[in-house]
Design a protein around this ligand. Structure first.
Ligand code: PXP
Length: 252
């Protein structure tokens, strides 16, 4: 299973001081040494972490394929197309959110954006919720791949397996065990459906060193994009070790 390391949080840390350190470009070289297969970065409309210069430097210098997450904002898409990353993952974006919330809503206008990206030789993935209608639509829109949103699954895993609900961040969910099983089954069914109709299937959001084992069991999922948990672990054991540990967990 391929690992895409999302390095946005390296830039988030840099932005805490508005200076040059840590440089996300350095993380690209470390990730390659550690065995990551891809780097994922998000150029947000508000440029809260990655800046345009980061994206340019990273795409131009990386030996690993670069997957850039973007909203369907025309200016950003045109800017990214000119840089020719390996792939673009279309994601929803909302200025107030802490991180991407929910999958992309697949309106017809997205079709045109997908075509433009593909016509420029760049692979397209759509970050979507695990709904069969959206999966079929992604195929109709001629996306190459989908990335299944694992955020809700990850939240329920936290509720069931950690002390989260004793903190001020508690998530109040009725019947979390039943919902957790349903979500996991739905992720699996969605991955099978997508694979059967010829889409590549990836997953991401909220995946960590504990919950990832459930996702690895879904054999139709071939790539994971993981950010927060790896960067958080890197604070204690270094980025290279944090990536190697995750690589070991997702080895099939
Ligand atoms: N995949 C997508 C489409 C995302 O938007 C994000 C968050 O930027 C991730 C994966 C990584 O999520 P996390 O940081 O929770 O691992």
């Amino acid at each position: 299973m391929k690992l895409g390391v999302n390095i946005d949080h390296i830039a988030t840390l840099r932005e805490a001081r508005k200076i040059n350190d840590p440089d996300p470009l350095e993380a690209v070289f470390i990730a390659k040494n550690a065995g990551a297969e891809q780097i994922t970065i998000h150029l947000r409309e508000d440029r809260r972490h990655m800046h345009d210069e980061d994206i340019t430097k990273i795409i131009n210098s990386s030996q690993l394929p670069i997957n850039v997450e973007s909203s369907i904002n025309k200016e950003i898409i045109d800017y990214l197309i000119a840089l020719k990353p390996h792939s673009i993952t279309l994601v929803p974006e909302n200025r107030m959110e802490v991180t991407t919330e929910g999958g992309l809503k697949l309106q017809d206008s997205i079709k045109e954006t997908i075509k433009k990206i593909k016509d420029n030789g760049i692979k397209v993935s759509l970050f979507i919720d695990a709904f069969s209608d959206d999966i079929k639509k992604a195929k109709d829109f001629e996306s190459d791949a989908i990335e299944l949103h694992t955020g809700a699954f990850a939240n329920l895993f936290l509720v069931l397996n950690t002390n989260l609900n004793r903190t001020h961040n508690a998530l109040i969910i009725n019947n979390p065990k039943v919902k957790y099983q349903m979500l996991l089954k739905n992720l699996e069914d969605s991955a099978i459906l997508a694979n059967n109709i010829g889409l590549e299937v990836y997953a991401g959001h909220g995946l960590n060193y504990q919950n990832v084992k459930e996702i690895v069991k879904i054999k139709e999922i071939t790539e994971l994009n993981i950010g927060h948990s790896i960067i958080a672990r890197a604070v204690f054991c270094g980025l290279e070790n944090a990536i190697r540990e995750m690589k070991n967990l997702i080895k099939r």
